[in-house]
Design a protein around this ligand. Structure first.
Ligand code: MG
Length: 240
């Protein structure tokens, strides 16, 4: 069995993230999208995933996250956690079929897509990009990764997030609207993937606010193997 891939070794050119990849999270987001409620209620499954980027500088190297300051003032009053299954791309991928997609995966981890929810709501209202609400410094937290060989099928991965010891999110990768191979194939056709890129596959329901001093702890498990302990874990601390 190959060794765990340390988070400290990651050097992604791109961090691709998927929005609304779990139905119940897509529905909970409607509470912050009142103008679109009628449209959203009728919305059927999209043909293509919603993709956004975080820059490489968004990757936290010390397990901490915080709302950035500009001229001494925090740029948000509402930072949320979003726990997500992370996929590490192992080799460059262009125009890859869904059938071949899994051969491009090097490993899996658990991560946090920290989000400035108030900034995001404002951006949506104005039709502006999401870079500030999603791509700020230390907005991406990633655990050490387990080699792909340890996970025969990412559809059997489970994850759980606690905030200050209380469970706040539970995820089942099989509930993703766009599965890991579908996402890899899609990204390889539209953007082209590079070895070392990270994929944040979207968050399930239960997102919520964090405050300075909060401790976040996430585990990644194989279904039916919870007794043997987590595949990998992530600890994060919210700084002011
Ligand atoms: Mg997310």
């Amino acid at each position: 069995m190959k060794q765990t891939i340390p988070a400290s070794s990651l050097k992604p050119s791109s961090l691709y993230c998927v929005g609304k990849n779990y139905q119940l999270h897509a529905e909970e987001m409607q509470q912050w999208e009142p103008r679109n409620r009628e449209h959203n209620a009728k919305q059927e499954k999209e043909n293509e995933p919603l993709i956004f980027l975080k820059p490489p500088t968004s990757l936290s190297r010390n397990g901490t996250t915080s709302i950035p300051l500009f001229h001494g003032d925090p740029v948000s009053e509402n930072m949320h956690y979003e726990a997500e299954l992370i996929v590490l791309i192992g080799k460059d991928a262009e125009n890859v079929s869904e059938q071949d997609a899994m051969t491009f995966v090097a490993g899996y981890g658990i991560g946090l897509d920290m989000t400035l929810r108030d900034v995001q709501i404002d951006a949506k209202r104005k039709g502006e990009p999401w870079l500030k609400c999603k791509g700020f410094k230390n907005s991406a937290l990633v655990s050490d990764l387990v080699p792909a060989e340890a996970v025969p099928d990412p559809g059997v991965l489970l994850f759980e997030l606690t905030r200050n010891g209380a469970v706040v999110q539970k995820g089942e990768a099989k509930k993703m609207l766009f599965s890991t191979p579908v996402l890899i194939s899609y990204l390889s056709y539209i953007y082209g993937l590079q070895a070392g890129d990270l994929l944040f596959t979207g968050t399930p329901e239960g997102v919520g606010k964090v405050s300075p001093g909060d401790r976040l702890y996430a585990e990644l498990h194989l279904e039916n193997a919870r007794d043997s302990g987590p595949l990998t874990t992530l600890e994060a601390f919210v700084e002011s």
